[in-house]
Write a protein that binds this ligand. Sequence first.
Ligand code: FES
Length: 649
Amino acid sequence: TDQPLVIFTPSGKRGRFPVGTPVLEAARKLGVDLDSVCGGRGICSKCQVQPSFGEFSKHGVVSREDALSDWNAVEERYKSKRGMKPGRRLGCQAKVEGDIIIDVPAESQVHKQVVRKSADTREIVMEPCTRLFYIEVEEPDMHEPSGDLERLCAALETQWQITGAEADYSILATLQTRLRKGDWKVTVAVYQAAEGATPRILHVWPGFHEGGLFGLAVDLGSTTIAAHLCDLQTGRVIASSGIMNPQIRFGEDLMSRVSYSMMNAGGSEEMTLAVRTGMATLVETLAKEAEIDPALIFEAVFVANPVMHHLLLGIDPVELGQAPFALATANALTLAARNLDLPFHPAAQVYILPCIAGHVGADAAAVALSEAPHKSEDLVLMVDVGTNAEILLGNTTKVLACSSPTGPAFEGAQISSGQRAAPGAIERVRIDPVTKEPRFRVIGSEKWSDEDGFIEDAPPISGICGSGIIEAIAEMRMAGIVDPGGLIGSAEQVGTSRLIPAGRTHEYVLWEGDADTPRITVTNGDVRAIQLAKAALYAGARLLMDQMGVDDVDRVVLAGAFGAHISPKHAMVLGMIPDCDVDKVTSAGNAAGSGARIALLNRSARREVEGIVRRIQKVETAVEPRFQEHFVAASNIPHASDPYARLQA
Ligand code: FES
């Protein structure tokens, strides 16, 4: 055959095509991942390719300057109006003239990979549920009467092979004016939960829509609500923010919220309203930061513990307050955002990850999706640290999970100078074991404080966050300021004037404070709160190890909104986690949040997590007598029976 040979990179797919074949068509025929929203009309520019000129003898191809057709009028017009990177061509306009190698840049691929921000390098493959399609709809004809929507659906079928689309009713009111305004050319947002599932038209824009398409990944925690606003076309995170969960006024931990609901008529509804209002505030903040209209948010994914899950959905969590801890449903849910009064596009779709069972919720499922313990050869312990700790232990043969009520201390709540991780919060602490003098770092600066506690160019010190209090107490233990039982010594005992009497005990002055900043101390109450929190965490992990029949784990992954900031050494000095080689302890950042983001950007991942949860065995901490035993033993720093001798050796 003397038809030109076309090779696409990076896929390496190749084939011969008649002279005059558009590059986009060749790509489609070979199954090359080349994007298009306008269907080859030279409007969307998603199909950009980069022809490689030169000799490629390895491939048996010599590509020449004239291996592609000259610029045509459509392409010229696009280029002069919008501009294009040098060397780029529109794949739908450029035609094959001779042997050629064509590179498809990442931004022109539908399934482009999105690199995760966190420490490890796993990537998210783009396969969003909602995509844009540009179509030309036939005009009405009095002699062949049919509805505008029916002709729109027919156009989707002939131009994009999308069959059987249904319309969200919210589009109907404006459909006719938009079709006419766009002169029968429109862009539609189509949502499809899975391949083969019924396509759903969420929105219609007159003409070609360039305003983007966005989704929200939400980690709905008891103390903090954190969300990432993502571009559904590129996968990029365009804004991230977090707020305190406004439900805190009904109780700091989950059980106190469950009892609030039990004791107060209408209590559950009040809390549902609070969390939804909180979401509205958060969305407003994110949209403002990213300078987008919240009505362009078409999807949201939520991960949450079971109590938050129920309260978001408007389900009274009362059954979760007592054995057998029945969930209203453990299955994944897909529903319209308007059912939850969320301030997105009226047709936006919400996906909520499945819960595992009892108190082990969708947040644990999200950690499993993101960190994949079921794919680990060695035995891995994963701890997602929050007001409730989600703990997973397992490997390729078996995965166990539990949830442990650590309380909000790790998030800086219940701590005398505690605050959420935000600029000005002390996040790192070192205490000299000899002089007992502290040095610290605050969020918003890379520098450590000098001996007077000053940090050049840093935001004013406002408090101490979760990772800061963990380090402070671990450092106090190592410097002999705190004893194994958690008691802070006196100035005379320890030999530092930084210890001052406070009630019947003492407190350690980390920062003296000045005209603009408060004094920051670590009190015995703070030590106690952290002791309780870490004992619950440790006891949960030990319970899973008992169940698995092991005394040791191969490695530990610390996760959580601030999990990435916890230093493994300090976690171990404190006895938050079972002993393990320090270099086998890694941090995974906000694994639950990453799980939410994966499910937002890749619909197959939703099926994956639904499969994973069925294989995870739940262990209920609340009814296990051994949990109490482990808890009591773990209240010491680091632990009654496994001192940190191993660490110091
Ligand atoms: Fe839209 Fe080429 S496919 S410009």
